[in-house]
Design a protein around this ligand. Structure first.
Ligand code: AGP
Length: 623
């Protein structure tokens, strides 16, 4: 996830405004940043780029000479690296080398390799490892063919598969023959907001970046291409047809704006999950080969074939993701997986099998127990691998193979999108392992990856107003409940644990996640008439067993809330929250969303602090 800004002014300098916008967007990523400034008076009008690895303060040092302080147009970017390590060369903005245009991008160009090959053959000189640079050269090539910036962007985006929010600036000769900076932006996926006062045209990744100038903004939709100038916002679609978008007045304060208009970071992050799927998975999918491409050598065939057992160490939600990963890796790749709470693993004198790897799963990459467990396993000779959301964190730096989840910064203490990203990463690892070991054929790999790609619209369907309202109405009905059970089996057993943890964390209500088949061995004694029992069930090998468990619970007066894609379970339940069908292995990614929303709305109705629950911290860096 990255932050982009752009401004073109009638008469005033824009550099400080761009930097202010980037400061407000640093929460979206901060491993490198840069600006491209345009002013016909500057260096014969050539675009002036300043970009630097590191935080914004590093960039400000580069700008301290004031040379670009008078520029009346520019774009800027703060980066969350996906393609290409954080470096000066990979930092945005990128140019085509003509000196007359520059581009910033948030998102992923999935077909960048084939475009890069085509453009290179066409004479383009690439200077970075990024996917973004292909867009720059596509636009530059169209400009060189005499197109206007707007038409050049439109033609270029027609070639692109992926998702993006971009701002492109180029010098163009106006009707008066004078060179002036033109600003065009476009959206397909990640957020983009634009505005225009009589003095200035602006764009940014969210409202926060524009509040310095105006509170009257336009939220750009997917497929929109926008021309911006002082006093002018012109939106067209891919066919050049004019599109009308309302101007909205936002009275958010800065804290509110950083939530993108959502009341809480947690809710915003739940809604980001379809994008997280795209960001974590789509550009790693090798559809033709039916395989997965992880950055770095840690996951090549030779290394993976040498692994006969995987030891997962993690805490809390991250361990629940690892427990799902166990089912995925054992069933898809045929590799044995052990899962331990990191805090238990590090003190139990573990007996570890030879030819094993340790897989540390952590959103923050700084959790003390997980780090200690990972170090212990590595001392015992296990290859250290990790799934982590923070580039440059300690877990990442101490791993030989890292699968970075591109969930973007997760601010809500209760983990949601990071959990989904961890499960996606585990699924990709299972496919990679299965292909490396010959357990999965090309065809099987293609099918599994196709199913993952098809999940995005189903995830989006779960966060529509209609679905959210259904969950909310059920969640608030049980405010007086003294306690909840969350039951699941198989790959959805960890989902039951996660649903219970979410509710506990933010509602402070007792909730117990349990293996559905285990209830009869004692816990069923706890069931009282009317006690809410959330049962997660989806079509698969254990669906009929879970239905029996529902019957057992109902026979004792439990009030069953069924979540999942199993219609028969919904028929048996007192209340139900249907979820779109999917493969058994991907059902946790869908089933967890109503559970996150259930916890959110229950906690909200209880008046709890959603983003900063009592007694908790986002990253537990102490024992
Ligand atoms: C999850 O909602 C909790 N905030 C907590 O269980 C968290 O998952 C755990 O502390 C692990 O954190 P990590 O992923 O940053 O290592």
């Amino acid at each position: 996830m990255c932050g982009i800004v752009g401004a073109v002014s009638r008469s005033g300098a824009v550099l400080e405004g761009l930097l202010d916008g980037l400061r407000k967007l640093e929460y979206r990523g901060y491993d490198s940043c840069g600006v491209a400034m345009f002013d016909p008076g500057l260096a014969n009008g050539a675009v002036q780029i300043r970009r630097k690895v590191g935080r914004l303060t590093e960039l400000e040092k580069l700008l301290a000479d004031g040379a670009l302080g008078a520029a009346r147009a520019g774009i800027g970017h703060t980066r969350w690296a996906t393609h290409g390590k954080p470096s000066d060369e990979n930092a945005h903005p990128h140019t085509d080398g003509s000196g007359r245009m520059a581009l910033v991008h948030n998102g992923i160009i999935e077909n960048y390799l084939e475009l890069r090959a085509e453009l290179t053959a066409d004479g383009a000189v690439f200077r970075s490892e990024t996917d973004t640079e292909v867009l720059t050269h596509l636009v530059g090539r169209e400009l060189a063919r005499g197109k206007s910036l707007l038409d050049a962007v439109r033609a270029s985006l027609r070639r692109v598969q992926g998702y993006y929010a971009i701002a492109v600036m180029a010098l163009e000769n106006g009707p008066d023959g004078k060179a002036a900076a033109r600003l065009v932006c476009a959206r397909q996926g990640p957020p983009l907001v634009v505005a225009a006062t009589p003095e200035i045209g602006l764009c940014g990744s969210d409202v926060l970046a524009l509040l310095k100038y105006t509170r009257d903004v336009v939220f750009v939709e997917d497929g929109d291409i926008v021309e911006l100038a002082p006093g002018r916002i012109a939106i067209t679609d891919f066919d050049g047809k004019a599109v009308a978008r309302p101007v909205r007045h936002v009275d958010w304060d800065e804290e509110a704006a950083s939530k993108g208009g959502f009341p809480h970071h947690m809710l915003k992050e739940i809604h980001e999950q379809p994008d997280v799927l795209a960001r974590t998975a789509f550009d790693r999918i090798l559809q033709v080969e039916g395989d997965v491409d992880f950055e770095g050598a840690g996951f090549d065939d030779a290394r993976l074939r040498a692994i006969e057992r995987i030891q997962v160490v993690a805490c809390g939600t991250a361990l629940h993701a690892g427990m799902i990963g166990k089912y995925l890796i054992e069933n898809l790749a045929g590799v044995a997986v052990d899962c331990d709470f990191a805090s238990e693993f590090r003190y139990r004198e573990p007996v570890l099998a030879p030819r094993s790897a340790v897989l540390a799963i952590s959103q923050s990459g700084e959790t003390a127990d997980t780090l200690a467990a990972m170090r212990l396993a590595r001392e015992r000779g296990l290859a250290p691998l990790s799934i982590c959301n923070v580039q440059g964190s300690t877990v990442v730096r101490e791993s030989e193979g890292v699968i970075l989840t591109h969930a973007g910064p997760e601010i809500g203490v209760a983990s949601t999108k990071a959990f989904v990203a961890q499960v996606i990463a585990s699924y990709l690892l299972a496919v990679r392992l299965g292909r490396a070991r010959g357990k999965l054929s090309v065809e099987q790999g293609r099918e599994l990856l196709d199913e993952l790609r098809r999940l995005r619209p189903r995830l989006e369907g779960l966060i529509t107003e209609k679905t959210v309202e259904r969950v909310r109405s059920i969640a608030v009905k049980h405010l007086k409940a003294k306690g909840f059970f969350f039951l699941g089996r198989g790959v959805n057993f960890p989902v039951a644990l996660e649903g219970a943890l979410k509710l506990k964390e933010i509602s402070y209500v007792h909730a117990e996640g349990y293996a559905a088949g285990e209830m009869k061995h004692g816990p069923i004694a706890l069931i009282e008439p009317g006690m809410p029992i959330v049962v997660i069930n989806s079509p698969g090998r254990v669906a009929d067993k879970v239905r029996s468990n529902i019957e057992q619970v109902k026979a004792r007066g439990g009030h069953v809330i069924s979540i999942g894609a199993d219609e028969q379970s919904h028929a048996l339940a007192d209340e139900s929250i249907p979820v779109p069908a999917s493969s058994e292995w991907l059902s946790p990614l869908l089933n967890v969303v109503p559970l996150q929303l259930f916890a959110y709305h229950h906690a909200l109705a209880r008046g709890c602090d959603i983003d900063k629950p009592r007694n908790l911290a986002k990253s537990v860096t102490v024992e």
